[in-house]
Design a protein around this ligand. Structure first.
Ligand SMILES: O=c1[nH]cnc2c1ncn2[C@H]1C[C@H](O)[C@@H](COP(=O)(O)OP(=O)(O)O)O1
Length: 222
């Protein structure tokens, strides 16, 4: 595994004050530091999103943001572990081809889409995260090609769109979605991506985190 193709070092991204939570910032390191971590496995995942403004009967939406339901019942972003000796960008684009039928020659994920690197020391994992805007047409094409992908029905049980609105009871929608189980650091990555892409303001992110903790409406609480 290698990040040697990186054109430059990337510092830790600026984390907005609404996400200055230990669970979000824990393990964030500059990309160059990850090169020193011997015997760590490397994963790379990407948040693919497309601008799409409108309103449904449930609320206002601003974009389509892709996540997937995984084989283990958790939600995560497309991507996966990079093979030993494999370049990270190649590994990520390969995983995208396997999971969502992504054609890397048409619109590859590149270093210009890089966002962060996080280390999960307890699992000896380094997790790289990318954020890529695509057109709505490309997004819809990917949702369709996911159904024909090699991993569909095996590792990937389906691609989903994240509900970005909050419904009238102040819980259903994004706050409720955040109470699902997420793979690795993908819940933190989702909130960071929504901020980075300016799909939610700092105030909206704080608000949605607060609402997701609504003790009366969150499921499985006694
Ligand atoms: O979307 C994600 N964001 C951050 N970490 C993730 C995400 N999805 C999974 N993970 C973590 C949890 C797993 O232990 C590793 C490997 O990921 P996975 O996608 O399962 O890898 P393979 O497809 O099996 O190669 O990363």
């Amino acid at each position: 595994m290698s990040v040697d193709s990186a054109p430059r070092d990337f510092p830790i991204p600026e984390i907005p004050s609404c996400l200055q939570l230990r669970t979000v910032t824990k393990g964030l390191i500059p990309l160059a530091e990850s090169k020193k971590l011997d015997n760590y496995r490397m994963g790379a995942h990407v948040c693919l999103w497309a601008r799409q403004e409108g309103r449904s009967m449930f609320g206002e939406y601003r974009a389509a943001v892709m996540m997937q339901l995984r084989f283990d019942g958790t939600f995560g972003f497309p991507g996966g572990l990079v093979d030993k000796g494999e370049d990270m960008m190649e590994g990520l684009n390969r995983e995208l081809m396997e999971e969502i039928g992504w054609d890397p020659s048409a619109h590859p994920v590149t270093w210009s889409d890089y966002y962060s690197t996080q280390v999960a020391g307890d699992r000896k994992l380094v997790l790289h995260f990318f954020i890529k805007e695509v057109t709505l047409e490309q997004f819809i094409a990917l949702e369709k090609s996911c159904l024909q992908s090699r991993d569909y029905g095996k590792e990937v049980m389906g691609s989903i769109r994240v509900p970005l609105y909050t419904m009238d009871n102040m819980y259903n929608g994004l706050p409720a979605f955040l109470n699902n189980k997420f793979a690795g650091t993908s819940k933190q990555q989702l909130l960071l991506a929504l901020h980075h892409s300016k799909l939610l303001t700092e105030h909206e992110i704080s608000d949605v985190i607060l609402k997701s903790q609504n003790l009366k409406l969150a499921p499985n609480r006694f």
